[in-house]
Design a protein around this ligand. Structure first.
Ligand code: 5RP
Length: 235
C-alpha cells in the first residue's frame, strides 16, 4: 500500500475521532502519526469556534509539542480528576479490541492516560488489524537501564526474543521520555495476552509493556474502499 493511501486512512480516522470531542472535555492526547492528525484537527475545530474549553492530557513530549502548536491548553494528571476521552493509536488491534502499543516508545504514559479515561478511543488504519496479537509487531517493554540484562534474561525465559530498540538518526538505544530503554520482544505465539501482560510487568526493572488488554472501549478504523477513505467502528 502506498504512503499516500496510508496517510488518507489515518487522516480520515483522525478526523472522525476529533469530531467526537465536545466542548468542555478533558482529552487524553495520544502519540504517533495518526494522533498527530487528531491533535491538528482538534486545533482546527478550536480555531474555527466549533469547539471551546477543551484541555489536553499529553501522553508524550511529542503530544505536548503538537498540542502547543495547535493551541490546545494542556493539563497534567495532578490538575484533573477525570479524563472524558483519550484518543490514541495502536500498532496492532485484535478482534476483541486488545492492542499492542509502543511503536513510538510512549506506551507507559499512554497506558496511564488511556486507562484513566471514561472512554478510550483507538484510531488506526486498516493495516493494524490482526487476528492474533504479536503476529506482525513485537511487544515493546520499557526497562530501567540498570536492569537491562536481568530483564532480557527473564523475557527470554518466557519464550521471547528481546531486542534493544536502537535510535534512528541517533547512535545507541532509543531513550524514552522517562529516560529508559525499550526492548522489543518477539513471541512465536501469544496464547494468553492478559496473562503475558501481567507476567511481564511483574519482572523487576520493567516499567510497563505495550500489551493493552481490556483497555480500549471504541476502535475506529480508517480504510480505503474503491479508492475512497472511509471510517468504520470495530464491533
Ligand atoms: O503506541 C504508539 C506510540 O507509542 C502509537 O500510538 C502507535 O505506534 C501507532 O502509531 P501510528 O499512529 O504512527 O501508526
Amino acid at each position: 500500500m502506498s504512503q499516500d493511501a496510508v496517510k488518507q486512512m489515518k487522516q480520515a480516522v483522525a478526523k472522525a475521532a476529533a469530531d467526537r470531542v465536545q466542548s468542555g472535555m478533558v482529552v487524553g492526547l495520544g502519540t504517533g502519526s495518526t494522533t498527530a492528525f487528531v491533535i491538528e484537527f482538534l486545533g482546527d475545530r478550536l480555531r474555527n469556534g466549533e469547539l471551546s474549553n477543551i484541555r489536553g492530557v499529553p501522553t508524550s513530549f511529542q503530544a505536548s509539542v503538537l498540542a502547543k502548536q495547535y493551541g490546545i491548553p494542556l493539563v497534567t494528571l495532578d490538575d484533573v480528576t477525570k479524563i472524558d476521552v483519550a484518543i490514541d493509536g495502536a500498532d496492532e488491534v485484535d478482534p476483541a479490541k486488545n492492542l499492542i502499543k509502543g511503536g513510538g516508545a510512549a506506551h507507559t504514559r499512554e497506558k496511564i492516560v488511556d486507562s484513566l479515561a471514561d472512554q478510550f478511543l483507538v484510531v488506526v488504519d486498516s493495516s493494524k488489524l490482526v487476528e492474533r496479537l504479536g503476529s506482525t509487531f513485537p511487544v515493546p517493554v520499557e526497562v530501567l537501564p540498570l536492569a537491562l540484562s536481568p530483564v532480557s534474561r527473564a523475557l527470554t525465559a518466557l519464550g521471547g526474543k528481546p531486542e534493544l530498540r536502537m535510535g534512528v538518526k541517533k547512535d545507541g538505544p532509543v531513550i524514552t521520555d522517562q529516560g529508559n530503554f525499550v526492548l522489543d520482544v518477539t513471541f512465536a505465539e501469544i496464547a494468553d495476552a492478559a496473562a503475558l501482560e501481567k507476567t511481564i510487568n511483574n519482572i523487576p526493572g520493567v516499567l510497563e509493556n505495550g500489551l493493552f488488554v481490556n483497555v480500549a472501549d471504541v476502535v475506529l478504523v480508517g480504510e480505503l474502499v474503491e479508492g475512497q477513505p472511509r471510517v468504520r467502528e470495530v464491533v
